[in-house]
Design a protein around this ligand. Structure first.
Ligand SMILES: Nc1ncnc2c1ncn2[C@@H]1O[C@H](COP(=O)(O)OP(=O)(O)O)[C@@H](O)[C@H]1O
Ligand SMILES: [Mg+2]
Length: 356
């Protein structure tokens, strides 16, 4: 969790210092004030990328050469610094030593981001659902990353053999590794989803009391046909893969959802309810990834969109019971009233890239 945060020359923020609380930080202000930019800075610091753009150049304040984000972890006061320059690129320092890999930073700062349009989660492609699932596995299952990196590499090599029109037995050299890592990934994902669903079932009805009697169930697609094993599928589909030019079946094609009374969430829920669904999912992630003293950071952009005042209040109170450092943006000043009487909340008013 972050103790102090200084942002320089990022979007409309020239220089801003913020001492966040360990609980819930509300960032309130008008459109264009710089609220989302503060979340973007924290996201960039934790993950080395933005949620708004692939090109970090866009984040550098107009007419400037570089941006800078500096913070400290709460527990050990470890300094974390990030600089991105037009010519120097991305430089990250942890405890004053340069970091080689961005993933080192992700394991230091487990972070989840809830975008304003998160209600679209169950309509978007499977990639986003796999990412959410694998985020949790990355943080709780020490061997997951090893299997996933190895698996991705094998698929790449197999695909490259296919594209080079290698002989079938040369393509199939990769299959045993693909299957062993793929089976392990699938096993870990199912276990993780069951764990997640167990927490979700408790949290969601609290956020959405109108569904307290609903039945939630896991739908999991492994990435190959249900009635077959990965080994048999890969062996049986080699001709199809050669025609397609890539390996279609496998853990890279997995998908999942939590059904509500046997329906997909987006088939029965309003946008607001879908947003509550996604938020409950993220809360379940937090509950199930808390181990030892590893705490996570949660960013919620524009909490007020799609949600009425009473549901926003339920979410805020629910978050206060979780051990997670939260940053929430909203244009709705009435949230400050909820925060006023609760020690877990700290309110910041943002205007023209500065704190009031
Ligand atoms: N590279 C940049 N340099 C300066 N200002 C920028 C840059 N990129 C975006 N902006 C401006 O920064 C402001 C803050 O945007 P944002 O953080 O999205 O506001 P909010 O979330 O408070 O509505 C916007 O007015 C936007 O036009
Ligand atoms: Mg915004």
């Amino acid at each position: 969790m972050l103790a102090e945060l200084t942002i320089r020359q990022l979007r409309n923020i020239s220089a801003l210092s913020l001492s966040p609380s360990l609980g819930i930080n509300l960032l309130l202000g008008e459109n264009g004030a710089g609220k989302t930019s503060i979340l973007e800075a924290i996201h960039l610091l934790a993950l080395g990328r933005s949620f708004r753009t692939r090109s970090l150049k866009q984040l550098i304040q107009f007419e400037q050469q570089h941006l800078q984000i500096i913070s400290k972890t709460v527990d050990h006061k470890t300094p974390i610094g990030l600089q991105y320059g037009l010519t120097s690129g991305l430089e990250i320092r942890l405890n004053n030593a340069p970091l080689k890999k961005l993933s080192d930073l992700a394991s230091q700062l487990p972070l989840q981001f809830i975008p304003a349009n998160c209600h679209q989660f169950f309509e978007q492609g499977p990639k986003y659902r796999r990412q959410l699932l694998d985020w949790g596995l990355f943080h709780v299952e020490p061997s997951f990353n090893f299997h996933w990196q190895a698996y991705k590499k094998v698929v790449q090599q197999r695909n490259s053999a296919i594209r080079q029109h290698k002989k079938t037995d040369e393509i199939q050299l990769w299959d045993a590794h693909l299957v062993s890592h793929g089976d392990e990934i699938s096993k870990q994902r199912i276990k993780r989803l069951e764990h997640l669903l167990a927490e979700f079932k408790i949290i969601f009805p609290r956020l959405c009391p109108s569904h307290k009697n609903s039945v939630f169930s896991l739908k999991y697609r492994s990435g190959w046909p249900k009635d077959s094993s990965l080994k048999d599928t890969i062996a049986a589909t080699i001709e199809r893969d050669k025609q397609l030019g890539y390996t279609r079946s496998g853990s890279h094609a997995a998908d999942w959802s939590f059904k509500v009374d046997d329906y997909e969430p987006n088939e029965v829920f309003s946008r607001g309810q879908q947003k509550l669904f996604f938020i409950a999912l993220c809360m379940a992630q937090i509950k199930t990834t808390q181990q030892g003293n590893i705490k996570s950071i949660l960013l919620i952009d524009d909490i007020s969109s799609e949600l009425d005042a009473s549901h926003q209040e339920i979410i805020l109170n629910e978050l206060a019971n979780l051990s997670v450092q939260t940053f929430i943006t909203s244009t709705d000043n009435s949230l400050a009233d909820i925060a006023k009487n609760n020690a877990d909340f700290t309110t910041f008013h943002v205007k023209q890239g500065q704190l009031l």
